[in-house]
Design a protein around this ligand. Structure first.
Ligand SMILES: [Zn+2]
Length: 462
């Protein structure tokens, strides 16, 4: 069959091609177009692999990725499965029978399916992707695996993960513009590992070809090449689930003040209440994990709110130290899926059945039951008694019980009884576009540009 001869010839051509590489630099630093590629890290860090298997029904095309441009090289139409390994720093390509196809792809080598320009997909370890795959050798003999993909196809692969395909079309289109802008603005976020963006919530959740749906692809196509621009430049287009009624200034959550990320009173926010309780012990553990040494927790207080009503500082007094958690650090330290937003108040706590009508609420203060009516008083060290509003606090048979989790109860500033109840609204950091509100606006007939213009200040969609 002369197949051995063919392999040798291919190998020689690949070597010749590799030698020509320096002459083929095709990168143009122009604005992003639909032909520009970006690099999505599939396996990196501790997840690097020692072997990669690629499959394609139509065969392969070896080439290079130079900047954001793919340069075609050696076609391998006769192979449907190839195996890539790192041998002493060389990225080696063999067929499934172990016959050598390329002795070294080099650090800019990229493997496309032969029909990559015609909606072809390539399978990496069984999962289909548009675009191609790049392997970067590491000194420990493993490889970083990267999906090299066009920006528009990348948006195909994330849109449903970030906003489900059943949502109204104009909301999906708004999400497509935001996701595309975010990607463009965050190119090189993982440059230390040799790619642009990862596939998790750290960047945007990307599932490749399997994550595509007609509705989300259509929303991408109908906004093709459109970005959110401020002063003609793509912006950091942040988004999250629910604002809780007010979006946030960027500097009130992180540190940098950006003119297009301003707090907006969100008239379209569907109600998203949440409630959670954390014991002082759990708060102590979380603070210790974040490097603080609070000792035994004695109280938790809201120390400051910002203009939108979000908590900007939480004060935690412990026997070892007093810890101040500010802005987004409150959620980062206590858990961003537990404390869903900074739009919270503290409830009365969840201690119950404290003994014989006396409940210590802080150093030098007691709550005591005065009589059969179970009226409650705060008594200071000096013996001065003040009646407190007993709504949500009941006494009977000499026991005082605190009603748990009542939203109607008055928010309090400080919790000292061992368990903090957080009652809040919204989900996410609050900066930029709340997806729930985008969906609500789309339902009310707003188009995607109106949605984006509502949440991003002084921007253009182009
Ligand atoms: Zn990432």
């Amino acid at each position: 069959m002369g197949s051995r001869m063919k392999h040798v010839r291919f190998t020689i051509m690949i070597i010749m091609f590799t030698l020509l590489l320096p002459l083929c630099s095709g990168y143009q630093a122009d604005a992003a177009s639909k032909r520009d590629y970006l690099k999505i890290g599939l396996k990196f860090g501790s997840n690097c692999v020692s072997t990669g298997i690629l499959k394609s029904d139509q065969g392969f095309l070896l080439g290079t990725i130079d900047g954001r441009r793919f340069e075609e090289g050696m076609p391998l139409p006769a192979y449907n499965e190839i195996v890539i390994t790192n041998e002493n720093g060389n990225i080696v390509v063999k067929d499934k029978d172990g016959i050598l196809l390329s002795a070294d792809m080099g650090s800019s080598g990229c493997i496309m399916p032969a029909d990559y320009d015609d909606d072809g997909v390539i399978y990496y370890d069984g999962t289909p992707y548009r675009g191609g795959v790049q392997f970067l050798g590491k000194s420990n003999g493993t490889m970083t695996v990267i999906n090299v993909i066009r920006l528009e196809h990348y948006v195909y692969g994330i849109l449903n993960s970030e906003l489900g395909y059943t949502n109204p079309k104009e909301a999906l289109k708004a999400q497509a513009v935001v996701a595309r802008s975010y990607a463009e603005q965050n190119l090189g976020k993982h440059s230390a590992d040799g790619f642009d963006l990862c596939t998790s919530t750290h960047c945007q959740v990307y599932k490749g070809y399997s994550g595509e749906f007609d509705a989300t692809n259509k929303a991408t196509d109908e906004t093709e090449g459109e970005f959110l621009l401020y002063d003609g430049e793509p912006v950091s287009a942040f988004y999250y689930k629910n604002s809780g009624g007010y979006t946030q200034n960027s500097e009130d959550v992180w540190s940098g003040k950006l003119p297009y990320l301003r707090a907006v009173k969100d008239e379209y926010s569907p109600s998203y209440p949440w409630s959670t309780s954390l014991s002082f012990e759990i708060i102590k553990t979380k603070l210790e994990s974040a490097g603080f040494s609070p000792g035994t927790i004695q109280s938790v207080s809201i120390n400051a709110y910002n203009n939108t009503g979000a908590v900007s500082e939480l004060k935690i007094v412990g026997s070892g130290s007093t810890v101040y958690l500010k802005k987004e650090n409150i959620r980062n330290v206590l858990g961003a899926t537990i404390i869903k937003s900074n739009m919270f108040t503290l409830g009365k706590g969840s201690s119950s059945g404290v003994g014989n009508g006396t409940w210590n609420i802080s150093n030098g203060l007691r709550v005591t039951e005065s009589d059969a009516d179970a009226k409650l008083y705060v008594i200071s060290d000096s013996g001065k008694a003040s009646k407190i509003d007993a709504e949500g606090v009941f006494g009977s048979n000499g026991q005082v019980t605190i009603l748990l989790g009542t939203r109607s109860s008055e928010p309090i500033q400080t919790v000292t009884n061992g368990t903090v109840e957080f009652n809040g609204y919204g989900y996410g950091h609050g900066v930029g576009m709340p997806q729930d509100s985008a969906v609500e606006m789309a339902k009310q007939g707003f188009d995607y540009k109106e949605i984006l213009e509502y949440f991003f200040t002084d921007i253009e969609v182009e």
